[in-house]
Design a protein around this ligand. Structure first.
Ligand SMILES: Nc1ncnc2c1ncn2[C@@H]1O[C@H](COP(=O)(O)OP(=O)(O)OP(=O)(O)O)[C@@H](O)[C@H]1O
Ligand SMILES: [Mg+2]
Length: 443
């Protein structure tokens, strides 16, 4: 019996699930953490999403269907029954409030976890104004001062009598949060946490050195561009801008006079965000709408359309950085992530408009398993949600129940699909299934 419980605990603390409900796609990642603290992806699911506008749910049923489809794929790949998920939240309704806090350290005189909890609770109650339409999503400590020792990021174990400092409190509109919660519940899942998406994306793509010296993470998604500034190891400012990569596609459709889907294809296959990159002139062949004749469109004109909108995005980001008051402190420069960062020329254009050194952000700290399948900026948020779960001990034991054996006929189909895909079965997934099987046998 003792042995069984040890097994359960081991499994419990080692698996986390992230769910990113984006404007263009819903994706789920199931991962475990290896001995080196790296994320080993056991399963991933992705489905296209059309129940959101600019990162806000506008159609519950469509969103639930997309969540179910992505979860089913991730469950199949990982052989793990998903229940508790760390869900990303974003949208222009989310904003942040700085709040100060001060507490007396417990009687031992050594700061412990419950002191930190009390500190954060106090920060919540110290918010000067929060109207009834908003609720707190989460509280992120920024800086602790134990007695006169300033600038502490982790105060646990420090000796002192009082602890002061500040926290970054993320709040959002109750109704919009409720819509997300409804979607999760209707999809048969539980929320282990709601996490502000720029916080998650930042966690996935930033290196410690950048976070310390000052960096801005810019996630250009389909519907929103999220900005998060980190200085001296803590988040200082964030903003959600309502212009993003889908606007680029709309502009192309408008400029070329083509269907949105055709414009999207043009963007992905021939798009460039910076006219300073000299390319050979080319005439692109465009399908006419509903049987109208094909036509040609100069590639250089496509670049001009894309550059104009991407420039607007970076100008809005630059305004946001100036508004924040932290622009001068962003020493490391910018990390651009999200699907919008995949357009060639993005780095060059961003460098020119923002006046910062730029790199593109891919999820970091991923090992083994099906690593390559998440090695893309569009998975920065979901990988950050998984990392955030581990960082905050949010993984829960009901994440890991062996998925029921499919009926024989279904099983055949599934096996055939796996074969067809030509993908190697995930060895880490296999390992965990064996461990879970053993666990059930011991019962
Ligand atoms: N290879 C690519 N080249 C250019 N653009 C791309 C590429 N892949 C994806 N995109 C664009 O990235 C956008 C989607 O990015 P992402 O998946 O990060 O958005 P999302 O998370 O669904 O949306 P949001 O974060 O705004 O809710 C789309 O506009 C898409 O056209
Ligand atoms: Mg996104």
């Amino acid at each position: 019996m003792k042995n069984m419980q040890e097994n359960r605990t081991m499994l419990k603390s080692n698996i986390a699930v992230g769910l990113d409900i984006g404007t263009t796609k819903v994706c789920v990642v199931v991962a475990e953490r290896d001995e080196l603290g790296k994320l080993n992806v056991l399963g991933k699911g992705r489905s296209s999403s059309d129940g959101l506008q600019r990162a806000t749910v506008v159609n519950i049923n469509k969103t639930v269907t997309a969540i179910r489809a992505a979860v089913a794929d991730a469950e199949r790949e990982s052989s793990i029954r998903i229940r508790g998920v760390n869900v990303g939240i974003s949208g222009a309704h989310v904003h942040c409030i700085h709040s100060n806090s001060e507490i007396s350290v417990n009687q031992t005189g050594i700061v412990n976890e419950s002191d930190v909890k009390r500190f954060l609770e106090k920060a919540k109650t110290n918010i000067r104004y929060l109207d009834i339409d908003h609720e707190i999503i989460h509280v992120i400590p920024q800086e602790f001062i134990v007695d006169d020792q300033e600038g502490l990021l982790d105060p646990i174990g420090m000796a002192g009598t009082t602890m002061r400092g500040s926290a970054y409190i993320v709040v959002g509109l109750r109704t919009k949060i409720r819509n997300i919660k409804q979607c999760i519940e209707k999809a048969g899942l539980e929320i282990s946490a709601l996490t502000f998406e720029p916080v998650a994306s930042g966690l996935a793509v930033m290196k410690e050195s950048e976070k310390k010296s000052g960096v801005v993470v810019i996630d250009i998604g389909g519907g929103t561009t999220e900005v998060a500034i980190y200085i001296e190891g803590a988040i200082r400012y964030s903003e959600v801008i309502k212009v993003a990569a889908n606007d680029v596609t709309h502009d192309i459709a408008h400029g070329v006079k083509a269907l949105y889907e055709v414009a999207e294809e043009l963007k992905i296959n021939h798009g460039c965000a910076y006219s300073g990159i000299k390319a050979e002139e080319e005439e692109l062949l465009i399908d006419g709408i509903e049987g109208r004749p094909q036509k040609t469109f100069p590639k250089s004109s496509l670049t001009m359309i894309i550059e104009a909108r991407m420039m607007e995005i970076f100008e809005l980001v630059r305004d946001s950085l100036r508004r924040s008051g932290y622009y001068e402190y962003i020493n490391a420069g910018a990390i651009i992530t999200g699907g919008g960062s995949l357009l060639p020329g993005t780095e060059e254009l961003a460098h020119e408009v923002l006046g910062l050194d730029v790199r593109i952000g891919y999820p970091e700290g991923v090992s083994g398993g099906i690593k390559d399948s998440v090695n893309n900026p569009i998975y920065a948020t979901v990988m950050g949600l998984v990392a955030h779960s581990f960082k905050n001990n949010l993984s829960v034991d009901h994440n890991i129940t062996l998925a029921p054996e499919p009926p024989a006929s279904e099983k055949k189909k599934t096996e055939k699909r796996d074969d067809d895909s030509g993908q190697e079965q995930n060895p880490a997934g296999k390992k965990i299934v064996e461990r879970i099987k053993k666990f059930w046998e011991q019962l």
